[in-house]
Design a protein around this ligand. Structure first.
Ligand SMILES: Cc1cc2nc3c(=O)[nH]c(=O)nc-3n(C[C@H](O)[C@H](O)[C@H](O)COP(=O)(O)OP(=O)(O)OC[C@H]3O[C@@H](n4cnc5c(N)ncnc54)[C@H](O)[C@@H]3O)c2cc1C
Length: 295
């Protein structure tokens, strides 16, 4: 383990074998490493950026990018939300576990019209948020009255979020930017659009939010219709049998580079409607099995 090492180049030979990994230390000094096998695990954003940055005479468009597929099909789970005060005390925030999610809409005939999704019930303690809210109001409440208001709102506050499935769209892409970071390396640049398939689903999600709020006797209902990201980066090093349409094979080995693997949610060709990290773990175990067999 070498900490604070920022890998910025993979040097490939004419056969596609990765011969060298180059990294910068915090002072900007370059170091070089070689290995029989190389596994990229720098997240679904940095990994495709690094692959596209790794240009030489043998890889003029970057490592694994001979078919212009690296960084494409960027997916996340665009999310909307709702919050309200329930008609009874619930006290979200007891313990670290999430309480529940609604996965009823992870699949069904509706998917021919709008995307699948998960609805997620937040389990955050709202004491601080409600204290700030009550103190911002006039007339100013203090003492027992302040305490009563905080208790009343924090105990009844409910928030749902959603994870909508975004389809793999080639034009949604991560590329190295002309803008530079502190080490002088390209920052990632995004092209990312949310299509009507998701927007139609969000309309249905809003109806479900309203229904849930009604069932829980909700008041002070606030919808959050603007899409937010959910940090589940998929598709950017997409898995497939056909090298013309994908970046890695079923063992997460990069097409055209026999000793290079990618361990990332970027390998997922679709994003589904639930969090991706357990799938990253499963894919990483698959790579480990493969490495064990080969070495
Ligand atoms: C706020 C938040 C909440 C989340 N909640 C959930 C959840 O509840 N459930 C779930 O399934 N997922 C969740 N996720 C997503 C989850 O964190 C990611 O899917 C997961 O961490 C991705 O794992 P990874 O190993 O691919 O990348 P990372 O965990 O991002 O690890 C990549 C590593 O590579 C390093 N790195 C990057 N570039 C370079 C470079 N050039 N050189 C050297 N090192 C480099 C980074 O420093 C980092 O340590 C959440 C994410 C966020 C941000």
């Amino acid at each position: 383990m070498i900490d604070n090492a920022v890998v910025h180049h993979l040097e490939s030979d004419e056969s596609g074998t990765i011969r060298e990994v180059r990294y910068l230390d915090p002072a900007g000094k370059e170091h070089r490493l070689s290995a029989r096998r190389v596994v990229l695990a720098a997240n679904g954003i940095e990994t495709p950026k690094l692959m596209q940055m790794s240009v030489n005479a043998h890889t003029p468009d970057g490592v694994g990018n001979q078919n212009d597929m690296v960084g494409r099909h960027l997916m996340d789970h665009p999310g909307t939300g709702v919050s309200f005060l329930a008609d009874e005390t619930l006290w979200a925030g007891r313990g670290p576990q999430e309480m529940t999610s609604i996965i009823t809409w992870r699949d069904g005939d509706f998917r021919s019209e709008y995307s699948s999704k998960k609805l997620h019930l937040s389990n955050m303690a709202r004491t601080q948020q409600m204290t700030t809210e009550v103190l911002s109001e006039t007339p100013l409440r203090l003492g027992a009255e302040l305490q009563a208001q905080i208790d009343n709102r924090a105990s009844r506050f409910v928030q749902f979020d959603s994870f909508h499935e975004l389809l793999p769209e080639p034009s949604n892409r991560i590329t190295p930017s002309k803008k530079r970071d502190a080490l002088g390396l390209p920052r990632p640049e995004f092209r990312y659009a949310i299509d009507d398939y998701v927007k139609r689903s969000a309309v249905h999600t809003r109806e479900q939010y309203a229904r849930i709020a009604q069932l829980m006797g909700g008041t002070d209902i606030a919808f959050r219709d603007e899409f937010s990201n959910n940090q589940h980066i998929c598709g950017t090093t997409l898995m497939g049998d056909n090298p013309k349409q994908s970046v890695v094979d079923r063992d997460c080995r990069v097409h055209g580079h026999d000793n290079l693997f990618v361990a990332s949610s970027g390998c997922m060709p679709t994003v589904g409607s639930v969090n991706c990290t357990l799938t990253i773990a499963a894919l990483s175990l698959r790579i480990a099995d493969q490495l064990e067999q080969e070495m």
